[in-house]
Write a protein that binds this ligand. Structure first.
Ligand code: NAD
Length: 299
């Protein structure tokens, strides 16, 4: 029988605004106690438009909630050695609590080398091998922004995960793979039986139909259709795609990896695009920066 009830719309826009308010209150408390305000440094290499927008939004969010931020802008033709030296400078600067290096990086630079150079204590993106390892071990860590945002939505919307079958589509290092680890951990949220699927998976629709919780990070517009979803499932749509739309002032609209209009009516809860997972990422980064400033991961 299909669940044609109204699904719970998991509102990431509202939740991220709430988290930012909570963080802003923390900053006020820190200031009142004479403590040090959290300080995030963002490194931007080159002039890629999307990267500039993302970094700009992160810096602006810091300002909004009262964090200190530093934007380090570097030329696109910077050598790997010089970029590593910039990372070292931030590593050594006692005033900076957290750092991010905006990806992608130009071709001459090894992302692995740069990531590994960031001190784990300051790695608020949670991309260093040390912090990914700590996540897998369920030790205190900085969980990277998108997975952290998804966990926070699941927590705040009190979605039961224990004993559920969670199917993750996509195994990228930034979304699918960490999500599969997090949902299987002995924790709340967690304790799922997890199936991680990817481009070599056989019978994907059948596997998806057995999911109580379906997390979709495949990067293909409206890939997940109604026939791939069990009625009553919880759907987390990570995808973001621009499609031309003449009715919009911008000339485009955003859609996800899930065909929302047909999947939402049979789901029990679903994240919309836009306004679902997307807005949560900056809130997660800010939260990790506060944790760094308070020494909550590496006391
Ligand atoms: P990616 O391209 O790195 O990974 C896609 C994954 O999908 C790969 O692991 C691949 O194996 C798998 N895949 C490809 N074809 C498949 C198939 N036919 N069947 C099963 N699996 C298949 O993507 P990503 O970086 O994880 O991003 C996924 C989507 O999420 C993109 O649309 C991206 O824009 C979006 N995204 C959103 C946020 C956010 O903040 N909301 C953050 C990161 C990524």
């Amino acid at each position: 029988m299909e669940n044609e009830n109204q699904p719970l719309i998991i509102d990431g826009k509202k939740t991220s605004a709430t988290i930012k308010e909570e963080l802003a209150k923390e900053v006020v408390k820190i200031k009142e106690a004479g403590g040090k305000v959290p300080h995030l440094a963002a490194v931007l290499v080159g002039d890629d438009g999307a990267s500039q927008t993302y970094v700009g939004a992160k810096v602006k969010a810091c300002e909004q909630i009262g964090f200190t931020s530093t934007l380090v802008k570097l030329e696109a033709d910077i050598s790997e050695e010089d970029l590593l030296a910039e990372v070292d400078k931030i590593n050594e600067n006692p005033d900076i609590d957290g750092m991010i290096v905006q990806l992608p990086l130009p071709k001459q630079i090894s992302v692995e080398k740069v990531t590994a150079r960031i001190r784990p204590e300051k790695d608020v993106d949670g991309f260093t091998p040390a912090n990914v390892g700590r996540m897998a071990l369920n030790w205190p860590t900085y969980v990277s922004a998108t997975p952290n945002g998804i966990l926070e939505l699941i927590k705040r919307y009190e979605i039961e995960t224990s004993g559920k079958h969670c199917v993750v589509i996509g195994r990228s290092h930034i979304v699918g793979s960490p999500m599969s680890i997090l949902m299987g951990r002995n924790d709340t949220p967690g304790n799922c039986t997890v199936t991680l699927t990817h481009s070599r998976t056989k019978n994907l629709p059948e596997i998806c139909r057995s999911a109580d919780i379906l997390i979709v990070a495949i990067g293909k517009p409206e890939f997940v259709t109604k026939d791939m979803v069990k009625p009553g499932a919880v759907i987390i749509d990570v995808g973001i795609h621009r499609v031309p739309d003449e009715t919009k002032k911008s000339g485009f609209r955003l859609i996800g990896d899930v065909k929302f209009d047909e999947v939402a009516p049979i789901s029990s809860a679903i994240t919309p695009v836009p306004g679902g997972v997307g807005p949560m990422t900056i809130a997660s980064l800010l939260y990790n920066t506060l944790m760094a400033a308070q020494g909550r991961v590496y006391p």
